[in-house]
Design a binder for this molecule. Structure first.
Ligand code: BGC
Ligand code: NOJ
Length: 832
C-alpha cells in the first residue's frame, strides 16, 4: 500500500509480522488486521472520547463512559472486538469493510495507522480503495469520520458505501440491562443527511446524539432490525448486501445510524466526504419546533461547519499541531531507540489517555466500573503535568474534594458528577498520600504555590460557600497527619482495606464468592499494618519538607523532617528481614513478606518505596534490598510482584491469593511497580540495571516476541504474566495503568535525570556507562532548555560540571530559574 513506500521512516527494530513503528510520523502501522488481540487507540483529548481498534471497533462517549455513552459496544463479544465505526462497501455486489471486520471478505488489502488522536484505516479490493480516518478535533464534542474513495482501476465504478453505528441510550449500564424499558423508548429524527438520536429527550435529557454525513445521501436507516436484521449478524447485515437502505425510522427497539452514499467514479477518480458523530447539548434553545419535532438548530450548525470545504482537513491539521506542541514540551535523543520512541511519543500519549480515562474505559475496563481512582488519578498526573499543567491543577482540586475530613478518601469517583463512589467507599490507607505527590509535582512543574490556597473542601462536609471550604494545603496536612495517627502495634501505618496493592486484603476475610474481597466485613479494630505505606510516607514527608523549605517555612519543614525521622526509625527497627524489607503485618500481627513465610516471602512494593523514601541509605540496606529484588524477582519480562507465588487461597491475605500463580498481584509482573524499582536503581546510581529493567517491560522492545506478548507494542501494559504462569511474557490490561505516568518519570527524571524541582530544573542523569551522552529539550515554566549531556569518562551518574548559556553553575543545584520565555543552553558533563 502507498504508505510502505515511505521506507526511510521505518524502524530499525526487527519488524513483527503485524506492524511497525513509523517514528517520523508518530504512527504505529498495522499491516494485517488479525493482530494477536485487538490493538486499541483513543480518539479525543478534552471531553469527548472514542475507543478505536485496528479493525474500527469501539465506542464513543462524552466525559463519562458510564453516564454519557453515545454509541454501543458489547464487551467481551465473540469475536472479542465487534461493533464500532463500520463502513460497508458494496462494489458491484461484493460487500467488504475497509477495516476487514465484520464481513472479513478475503483479498481486501489492509493498513491501519494508529496516530496521536486519530486512526486511519485503508482497505482496497478490486481496484477500489476506501480510506477512513477517525478523529476528534481539539476542543470539539464530536468525532469526524473522513472517507476517501479512490477508483484505482481502469473501469468506471459505482460503489455504494454504508455507514453504520449503534446508538447507546447514554446510561451504559441501564442501556445493556434494562431491556424491558429500553426496547420501548428509542427515538430518532432524520433531516437531510443528519440522523438525530433523541431517546429520553422528551423527558429529562437536554442533549442528543447527532450522526450526519456532509454530502447528500441516497438513503438511511435508523432501525437496527431493518439494517442488520433479526437473525443476522454484523458480518451479514441485510442492507449492505441488498445494496439499498430502507429509510427506516426507529420506534423503540434499537436505533442505529446508517447512511447510504452512492458514488460514481471514473478510472483514477476519487471523492472525499465526512461524517460527524456529535454530542449536542441543547442549552437554552427551546426543545421543540413543533410537537415531536426537535429544535435542531445547534445540530444543524455543527453539520454546516464540517460541510464547509476544507473544514475537516483544517480540523485534522489542528489536531496534529496540538500534539506537536504538547510533545514539544519534552523531546530527547538518546542512544536507545526504544527509550526515544516511547518517551518522545507513545509514553506521553498514553499519559494523556490515563489522565483522561483514569481506569474507566479500555478493552479491559468496561466504562461502567471503576471510573476515576483516587490513587490512580493522582499518579497519572505525574506523567501529565508537564503537558497541560492547568488541567492538572483542576484535576488535583477535583480529587482533593473527594477526600473526607478525617483524611481517608473515596477510592473512586465518577468523572461526570465528580462525586465519590459510595459502593466502594474509602479506607484504603495509602490513597491520601498520593495527593501529596501530585500536588508537589504540580508545584515543581509550575512553581505555582497558589494552588495550596485553593478551596476544595471535604466530601463529608457542607459549606455555605466556596470560601468556607478548607484549602488544598489543609488536605495535604490532613493526609500527613492521618498516616502519622493511624498506626499499629509496630508503629507502622495501618493498611485499611488495602494499600497500593488492592489485593493484599489483611482486614477483610472473605469466604463467600459473592462478596467483594476488599469490603467483606472489616475486622473491627484490626491492627494490620503496611510497610509499603510507611515507605510511601517517607517519600511524601520528604516532598512536604521540600515544599515548605521552598516556601521559606522552616518550622514546617522541620516538622516534616521529624515525621520522616520517626517513620524511618520504625521501618529500620521493625521491617528489615535480613536481606529485604518485609511487606506488612496482618490482623493478628503475623509478618507478611518475610523469609519466615512459606510463600510470598519477598514483595516488590516495600523495597521500592522504602528505598525511594530514603530507608537503607546509610546502612547498606537499600542496596541489599535492591539486590534481593534482582535475585528473587527480576526476569527478562520484568520484576514479578512477589515470590514464591501463592498456591492456595488464603482469606487472611485476601484477593492476592485468589489469582492463579503468575498473574495480576499474585506474582504477575505488575509493570507499575517495576518503575519504582527502576527509580531505585537510578537513586543508587546503577544505570545498567535502570535501562535493563526499563527495557524488560517496554512494549517497543517486545516486537520480536509479539506472539507471546500479544498486546499493543506502543503502550505499556498493566500486567505481564510472570514466570509462574504458563503464558510467561503475555501482556494484559494495556493502556490504563499507572505504568504510563511512572515510566515517564522513570525515563525522563530517573534515567535522563531532567527533574523539575521546586526552585527550578535539576539535571541528574543515571545512564549506562557506555552511553556517550544524550540531548533533550524541555519546556519548563515558559522557558525552553536545550540540554546536552556528555559522558566522556563513561560513568553512570554524577554531574561534574554544569553550564547555563555558557556560564558555569552549581552542578548539584537546580538551574537558577528566571522566567524570560527564552531558549537556554544547558551543558552537563558527567564524571567523578
Ligand atoms: C485487580 C486489581 C485492581 C482491583 C480494583 C482487582 O481484581 O487485581 O489490580 O486494582 O481489582 O478493584
Ligand atoms: C490497579 C488499580 O487501578 C490500582 O489502584 C492498584 O494500585 C493496582 N491495581 C494494584 O492492585
Amino acid at each position: 500500500m502507498k504508505t510502505h513506500e515511505d521506507a526511510n521512516t521505518m524502524t530499525q527494530t526487527p519488524p513483527n509480522t503485524y506492524g511497525f513503528f513509523d517514528d517520523a510520523h508518530r504512527e504505529y502501522v498495522i499491516t494485517r488486521p488479525d493482530t494477536p488481540l485487538p490493538w486499541l487507540n483513543y480518539l479525543g483529548q478534552d471531553e469527548f472520547f472514542g475507543l478505536c481498534t485496528n479493525t474500527a471497533g469501539g465506542y464513543t462517549f462524552w466525559k463519562d463512559a458510564k453516564l454519557r455513552r453515545l454509541t454501543r459496544y458489547r464487551y467481551n463479544n465473540v469475536p472479542y472486538d465487534l461493533g464500532g465505526r463500520y463502513f460497508y462497501v458494496n462494489d458491484g455486489g461484493e460487500v467488504w469493510n475497509p477495516g476487514w471486520k465484520p464481513v472479513k471478505t478475503k483479498n481486501v488489502a489492509y493498513e491501519c495507522r494508529h496516530g496521536l488522536g486519530y486512526t486511519r484505516i485503508v482497505g482496497e479490493r478490486d481496484g477500489l480503495e476506501v480510506e477512513t480516518l477517525f478523529f476528534v478535533p481539539p476542543g470539539e464534542n464530536l468525532e469526524v469520520w473522513k472517507v476517501t474513495v479512490r477508483n484505482k482501476s481502469a473501469q468506471r465504478k459505482t460503489p455504494k458505501l454504508f455507514s453504520y453505528q449503534e446508538f447507546c441510550f447514554f446510561d451504559a449500564l441501564n442501556d445493556m440491562t434494562n431491556l424491558q424499558r429500553t426496547y420501548s423508548i428509542g427515538e430518532v429524527e432524520v433531516e437531510g443527511s443528519a440522523i438525530y438520536h433523541k431517546t429520553e429527550f422528551r423527558e429529562r435529557r437536554n442533549h442528543y446524539t447527532l450522526f450526519a454525513c456532509t454530502r447528500p445521501i441516497a438513503g438511511f436507516d435508523t432501525s437496527r432490525d431493518a439494517f442488520v436484521g433479526i437473525h443476522e449478524g454484523l458480518h451479514e447485515p441485510k442492507v449492505p448486501f441488498a445494496g439499498a437502505c430502507t429509510n427506516s425510522i426507529a420506534f423503540g427497539w434499537n436505533p442505529i445510524g446508517a447512511h447510504q452514499v452512492d458514488l460514481d467514479l471514473a478510472p483514477g477518480a476519487e471523492e472525499s466526504f465526512a461524517f460527524v458523530l456529535a454530542y449536542v447539548e441543547q442549552g437554552d434553545e427551546p426543545k421543540y419546533d413543533a410537537p415531536f419535532v426537535m429544535n435542531k438548530k445547534v445540530g444543524r450548525a455543527i453539520v454546516e461547519k464540517y460541510s464547509a470545504p476544507g473544514a475537516v482537513d483544517a480540523a485534522l491539521a489542528a489536531l496534529k499541531k496540538y500534539w506537536d506542541d504538547l510533545l514539544g514540551n519534552f523531546q530527547t535523543e538518546c542512544p536507545n531507540e526504544h527509550a526515544n520512541r516511547m518517551l518522545n511519543t507513545w509514553n506521553q500519549y498514553q499519559c494523556m489517555a490515563t489522565f483522561n480515562m483514569s481506569r474507566s474505559a479500555s478493552m479491559y475496563e468496561t466504562g461502567i466500573g471503576r471510573g476515576m481512582g483516587f490513587r490512580d488519578s493522582n499518579q497519572d498526573l505525574l506523567g501529565f503535568l508537564h503537558m497541560i499543567p492547568s488541567r492538572g491543577k483542576q484535576r488535583i482540586l477535583d480529587i482533593a474534594a473527594t477526600q473526607l475530613s478525617d483524611g481517608t478518601c473515596f477510592h473512586q469517583y465518577q468523572p461526570l458528577t465528580k462525586k465519590g463512589n459510595a459502593e466502594i467507599g474509602g479506607d484504603f490507607y495509602d490513597d491520601h498520600l498520593w495527593l501529596v505527590l501530585s500536588t508537589c509535582a504540580y508545584i515543581k512543574e509550575t512553581g505555582d504555590v497558589t494552588i495550596l490556597q485553593e478551596p476544595c473542601g471535604y466530601a463529608d462536609k457542607e459549606y455555605a460557600s466556596a470560601d468556607a471550604q478548607e484549602n488544598l494545603l489543609h488536605h495535604l496536612e490532613t493526609s500527613i497527619a492521618y498516616t502519622m495517627k493511624k498506626r499499629g502495634p509496630h508503629g507502622l501505618p495501618l493498611i485499611g482495606h488495602a494499600d497500593w496493592n488492592d489485593c493484599l486484603n489483611l482486614n477483610c476475610f472473605s469466604t463467600e464468592p459473592n462478596e467483594s474481597f476488599q469490603l467483606a466485613g472489616d475486622v473491627k479494630d484490626s491492627k494490620a499494618e503496611s510497610v509499603m505505606i510507611a515507605g510511601l510516607f517517607l517519600y511524601a514527608a520528604n516532598e512536604m519538607d521540600g515544599l515548605y523549605s521552598f516556601m521559606g517555612k522552616a518550622a514546617d519543614a522541620n516538622r516534616m523532617r521529624a515525621h520522616h525521622a520517626e517513620m524511618l526509625a520504625v521501618i529500620e527497627r521493625e521491617t528489615w528481614d535480613g536481606e529485604w524489607y518485609t511487606r506488612a503485618y496482618d490482623a493478628e500481627g503475623r509478618v507478611v513478606g518475610s523469609k519466615s513465610n512459606e510463600e510470598g516471602k519477598i514483595f516488590i512494593e516495600s523495597q521500592g518505596w522504602c528505598v525511594l523514601g530514603g530507608a537503607g541509605a546509610n546502612n547498606g540496606r537499600a542496596k541489599q534490598a535492591m539486590e534481593s529484588v534482582h535475585k528473587h524477582l527480576f526476569t527478562k519480562n520484568g520484576v514479578v510482584l512477589q515470590q514464591p507465588a501463592y498456591s492456595t487461597y488464603n482469606k487472611d491475605l485476601g484477593e492476592v491469593t485468589s489469582y492463579p500463580p503468575g498473574v495480576k498481584e499474585n506474582a504477575g509482573i505488575f509493570s507499575h511497580n517495576n518503575t519504582w524499582i527502576n527509580l531505585g536503581w537510578c537513586l543508587l546510581g546503577d544505570g545498567e540495571r535502570a535501562l535493563e529493567y526499563y527495557l524488560s517491560i517496554c512494549p517497543s522492545a517486545k516486537q520480536d516476541q509479539i506472539e507471546t506478548y500479544r498486546g499493543e507494542p506502543y503502550v505499556y501494559a498493566q500486567m505481564i504474566a510472570g514466570k509462574d504462569a504458563p503464558c510467561f511474557g503475555e501482556a494484559k490490561n494495556n493502556w490504563l495503568t499507572g505504568t504510563a505516568a511512572w515510566t515517564f518519570v522513570t525515563v525522563s527524571q530517573g534515567l535522563l535525570g531532567v527533574k523539575p524541582d521546586f526552585a527550578g530544573l535539576r539535571i541528574d542523569p543515571c545512564i549506562p556507562k557506555a552511553w556517550p551522552g544524550f540531548t533533550a529539550t524541555r519546556r519548563f515554566r515558559g522557558n525552553t532548555y536545550q540540554i546536552d549531556v556528555k559522558n566522556p569518562s563513561g560513568v553512570c551518574k554524577g554531574v561534574k560540571s554544569l553550564r547555563l548559556d555558557g556560564k558555569d553553575i552549581d552542578p548539584q543545584a537546580p538551574i537558577p530559574f528566571v522566567a524570560d520565555g527564552k531558549t537556554h543552553q544547558v551543558e552537563a558533563v558527567l564524571g567523578a
